[in-house]
Ligand binder design. Structure first.
Ligand SMILES: C[S@@+](CC[C@H](N)C(=O)[O-])C[C@H]1O[C@@H](n2cnc3c(N)ncnc32)[C@H](O)[C@@H]1O
Length: 209
C-alpha cells in the first residue's frame, strides 16, 4: 500500500461480517495464521474470570463476538462495548441479543480516545486488535489506566511477515510494537505489575493494579 486511503473507522465500518467470521466460521488460513486472535480472547477471558462479578469495558469491541464469549463464560455483571464503527455496534447488539446476554451488555458508538466516561471506571478493560490501528498508543494506554480499577489487557502486533502483508492489503494505517515499546508505554501507569504473553506474531499484556 503506497498511502492509506481510509481511516480505521472507515475501514472497519464495512467489515463487521468479515471479522465476526474469523470466530464463527474460521477458514484454514484463519486457524493457521490468525491464532493470535483466538489466544488474546482466551487471555482476556482468564483475566475477567479472576475478578468474579466484575464490570468490563471492551474497547474496539467490533462485532461483539468476544464480548459474548467473555459474558457467557464468566460471572461478569456487565460489559460496555465502545467502537467508532457503527456497523460493528449494530452487529454486536444483534449478536448479544441472539446469544441471550443483551441484558448484561451495551454497545456505544464513539472513539475511546475522546469519549467522556464522566469519571466512570470498569474493573477490567480490554483492547484487543485495536493498538494495530492506533497512532496515539501512549494516550490510549494512559486512558485505559485511568478507566480501569483492577486490570487492563491489550494485544500488540509485532513487525514481521504478517504485518508486512497487512501493510500491503489494508487500506488504513497499521502499527506494530516490540516488547520494549509495550514496557515503555506502561511507564507511569498506576499498576502493580505487567505480564507480557507471547502470541503468534504478537503479544498480549496484562496490567494488574
Ligand atoms: C480488528 S477489530 C477487533 C474487534 C474486536 N476487539 C475483536 O478482537 O474481535 C478493531 C476494532 O476496533 C475499533 N477501533 C479502533 N480504534 C478505536 C477507537 N479509538 N475507538 C473505538 N473503536 C476503535 C474498530 O472500529 C474495529 O471495530
Amino acid at each position: 500500500m503506497s498511502k492509506p486511503q481510509h481511516t480505521a473507522q472507515e475501514f472497519w465500518d464495512v467489515r463487521s461480517d468479515l471479522f465476526a467470521n474469523y470466530y464463527k466460521k474460521p477458514s484454514l488460513f484463519d486457524k493457521l495464521f490468525r491464532k493470535a486472535v483466538y489466544t488474546r480472547t482466551a487471555v482476556a477471558l482468564k483475566v475477567i474470570k479472576e475478578y468474579g462479578k466484575c464490570t468490563v469495558l471492551d474497547i474496539g469491541s467490533g462485532p461483539g463476538v468476544n464480548s459474548v464469549t467473555w459474558l457467557k463464560n464468566s460471572e461478569a455483571s456487565h460489559l460496555l462495548g465502545i467502537d467508532f464503527a457503527e456497523s460493528m455496534n449494530q452487529y454486536a447488539r444483534k449478536h448479544t441479543g441472539e446469544e441471550g446476554v443483551a441484558d448484561r451488555s451495551k454497545f456505544i458508538e464513539g472513539d475511546f480516545l475522546t469519549y467522556d466516561f464522566g469519571g466512570q471506571t470498569f474493573d477490567v478493560s480490554v483492547a484487543v486488535g485495536v493498538l494495530d490501528y492506533t497512532k496515539e498508543s501512549d494516550a490510549l494506554i494512559k486512558k485505559m489506566d485511568k478507566v480501569s480499577a483492577k486490570a487492563f489487557v491489550v494485544s500488540w502486533p509485532l513487525d514481521g511477515i504478517r504485518m508486512a502483508l497487512r501493510r500491503r492489503r489494508y487500506t488504513c494505517p497499521v502499527y506494530h510494537y516490540n516488547e520494549a515499546d509495550v514496557r515503555r508505554l506502561h511507564e507511569g501507569c498506576n499498576i502493580k505489575n505487567l505480564e507480557i504473553i507471547p502470541t503468534q506474531g504478537g503479544m498480549v499484556s496484562i496490567a494488574r493494579k
